[in-house]
Design a protein around this ligand. Structure first.
Ligand SMILES: Nc1nc2c(ncn2[C@@H]2O[C@H](COP(=O)(O)OP(=O)(O)OP(=O)(O)O)[C@@H](O)[C@H]2O)c(=O)[nH]1
Ligand SMILES: [Mg+2]
Length: 309
């Protein structure tokens, strides 16, 4: 029998930091929605990516990396993961296959707690063994696949590469087949529920992750303070504040003669132009806000920026 019913549902992309969750979501969408960097713990909120086709609408949720780390910021990140899992029709753990080939001992540490927490959950679970482009001999993956299957019997395991897109069209077909029959939830041209301003603040944060060394990015948060659109001159004026955790970080971020902040600003502006029509005038300020990662009120304020409009 052919399946003609329209399908729609939510898919929680989750897993350890640096597994390639955000890269995978962008690749599945064919568009950059969520930021990607080589460093762990880049993503801090749930960010949706909506893939609409003639027969289905898949609402992916990118989430922060699941860790055992302490502190309030980490706690809010972990909450965002579990909230996304709670909302999902399909749960999609992503793992760096190359990491566990080299370090099989990490598999249990990273997946036993979540497998256990979801042991009595009947929702479909599709584990993406990502980064298969990093090793030629695919049989190297066999111990990992059997190890994961033993640890988490409910998951269907799907090898893929978010970077080279190997396996992704079959992955979409598999995800689609596991979704409930339902009409679309969002208009067909909507790609995310994330507010544009939040996406802009994320782009700035991405550049801080890319250009700032040591712990500076982990103590940095970005807030859009002002956003003015001038349709006559086709110009958008954006004022953003970069909060840093220490006075030293401010000095590092600004750089000699302002070169650091200038680079972050111009790289961010280039990406922002892909999202915002017309000209963009971006002003960045750096403010020190010590211990903000423990400040519940401020963390809530940041989380609000990411909420759907
Ligand atoms: N070779 C290879 N690298 C990949 C692949 N997918 C992601 N990466 C790289 O892995 C790094 C982390 O990617 P992200 O997408 O930011 O990972 P994440 O899981 O979202 O990380 P967090 O947000 O920190 O939890 C980046 O350097 C990516 O380019 C892949 O399929 N192959
Ligand atoms: Mg990410």
């Amino acid at each position: 029998m052919t399946d003609i019913g329209y399908r729609c549902g939510w898919v929680a992309i989750m897993g350890p930091p640096n597994a390639g969750k955000s890269t995978l979501m962008n690749a599945l969408l064919g568009q950059k929605i969520t930021i990607v960097t080589p460093r762990p713990q880049t993503t801090r909120n749930q960010i949706t990516g909506i893939l609409t086709a003639f027969d289905s609408q898949i609402i992916f949720m990118d989430t922060p990396g699941l860790t055992q780390m302490r502190g309030r910021l980490n706690k809010t990140m972990i909450q965002a993961v579990w909230q996304s899992i709670g909302q999902a029709n399909v749960i999609m753990p992503v793992l760096d296959a190359y990491l566990y080939i080299r370090h099989p001992e990490f598999l249990e540490r990273d997946f036993a707690p979540v497998a256990e927490a979801l042991a009595s959950d009947d929702r479909p679970m599709i584990a993406v063994a990502n980064k298969i482009d990093l090793f030629g001999n695919k049989t190297r993956m066999l111990p990992l696949l059997s190890g994961l299957q033993e640890l988490w019997p409910k998951v269907e395991i799907f090898p893929a590469s978010a970077l080279t897109r190997e396996g992704l069209s079959d992955l979409v077909a598999l995800v689609r087949s596991r979704l409930p029959q339902s009409p679309a939830i969002f208009p067909e041209d909507q790609i995310s529920t994330a507010p544009l301003r939040f996406m802009v603040s994320e782009i700035i944060r991405e550049k801080i992750f890319l250009y700032m060394r040591q712990e500076v990015p982990y103590g940095a948060a970005v807030e859009i303070e002002q956003w003015e659109e001038y349709p006559e001159s086709e110009q958008t004026i954006v004022h953003a504040v970069i909060y840093v955790a220490r006075p030293m970080h401010k000095i590092m971020l600004i750089g000699r003669g302002g070169s650091g902040i200038k680079q972050i600003g111009s790289e961010a502006r280039r990406d922002i132009l892909e999202l915002v029509e017309g000209k963009v005038h971006l002003e960045l300020w750096v403010k020190v806000r010590e211990r903000w990662t423990e400040d519940q009120t401020f963390l809530r304020e940041l989380a609000r920026q990411a909420e759907p409009v």
